[in-house]
Write a protein that binds this ligand. Structure first.
Ligand code: ATP
Ligand code: FE2
Length: 328
């Protein structure tokens, strides 16, 4: 059977990426991210960034793969969830390319791509995914024809929570890696609010409390350390509850916050204690990237899940469990 080559486009938030995957092999994974020195992401500004870099990112991905546009068999793009103006940039390029080379177009769900790329690279089969990024915090797993959300944040995503605190302390955006670095300089545990409801979590109370303590001149190292211990314990607790509930024996990490080595360590310990396996893919596919978009494109195409170019759209609020999973 012919090996299928898919070109995937990612543009849900700050990252614009083009990835090329041939069967199970990543041939290119190029991206350019919008960053700010002060303040968070402004959707229209991020979209302008995407517009500016998209042709260059596309050309670099083709060069990296050693392929020409005419070698591509299918095009996939992030349909949602994400920021409307950013998603439109990805859709625009996807449609243009699909028309130009007259090839099928496949819209994919961004959250599910985190899971599928992890499964591919870590070789796990039926995991519970702890998906922890800026905007998203979800515990996802497959059950009866869909990837279902068993737990999620009731307010803000864990990455946005960490970034908001970092911004408040004046240490820039994104703050995750800076907070991790500061946390490594402390072992002083400060008790903070802990908010788990069933398999859901909430971070706004914790954020308010941390800001108050920062104003009261607690050391930022100690606050960073305690932030991680509390927030990650909440995440690990909900992931473990989902694993117990579903009787699943594999835990997979995904999303930018999964780059945090303390979170990885806590997940590893939890899995060991319950006789489960822990998997964490490389950083290049933990953060937003387009190789994962291309990979899900291949899976969906093989399962017959493509659509007509004229019918393509964006779905900024698409939920993981809105998607019919025909490829498993
Ligand atoms: P999504 O569209 O999936 O919500 P996103 O746009 O938020 O993704 P990601 O690249 O998945 O982007 O994740 C970015 C987040 O990861 C930021 O909030 C950043 O602070 C966080 N992050 C990165 N490295 C670390 C780290 N070492 N520890 C904690 N958080 C981290
Ligand atoms: Fe993401």
């Amino acid at each position: 059977m012919k090996k299928i080559i898919c070109l995937g486009i990612e543009s849900t938030a700050h990252t614009f990426g083009v990835g090329i995957v041939k069967n199970k092999k990543i041939l290119a994974n190029v991206k350019d991210s919008y960053t700010t020195i002060k303040g968070g992401i402004v959707p229209v500004e991020a979209a302008k960034h995407h517009e500016k870099v998209k042709e260059k990112v596309l050309q670099n991905a083709l060069t990296e793969s050693g392929l020409k546009l005419s070698d591509i068999d299918i095009i996939s793009y992030s349909q949602g969830p994400g920021l409307g103006p950013c998603l439109l940039q990805g859709l625009g390029l996807a449609k243009k390319l699909a028309k130009q080379i007259k090839k099928p177009l496949i819209p994919v769900n961004h959250c599910i791509t985190h899971l599928e790329i992890g499964k591919l690279l870590c070789k796990c089969k039926n995991p519970v995914l702890l998906y922890v990024s800026g905007a998203n915090t979800q515990v996802i797993s497959y059950a009866s024809g869909k990837y279902r959300i068993f737990g999620e944040t009731l307010d803000i995503g864990v990455g946005n929570f960490i970034d908001s605190f970092a911004r408040y302390c004046g240490i820039g955006f994104p703050g995750g890696s800076r907070i991790m670095e500061l946390a490594s300089k402390s072992t002083k545990f400060i008790e903070l609010p802990y908010s788990v409801k069933g398999m859901d979590v909430a971070f706004s109370g914790l954020l308010t409390n941390l800001k108050q303590k920062f104003d009261q001149r607690y050391r930022i190292e100690d606050l960073s350390y305690s932030l991680q211990e509390h927030a990650f314990a909440m995440l690990v607790e909900t992931a473990e509850r989902a694993m117990a509930h579903l009787r699943k024996k594999e835990l997979l990490l995904g999303g930018g916050v999964a780059c945090n080595t303390r979170l990885q360590e806590m997940c590893k310990i939890m899995c060991k204690e319950r006789g489960a396996k822990f998997f964490c893919p490389p950083v290049s596919v933990l953060v937003d990237n387009a190789a994962m978009i291309a990979w899900l494109g291949i899976l969906m195409y093989k399962a017959g899940q493509k659509i007509k170019v004229e019918k393509t759209d964006i779905k900024p609020y698409e939920r993981t469990d809105d998607v019919e999973v025909k490829w498993l």
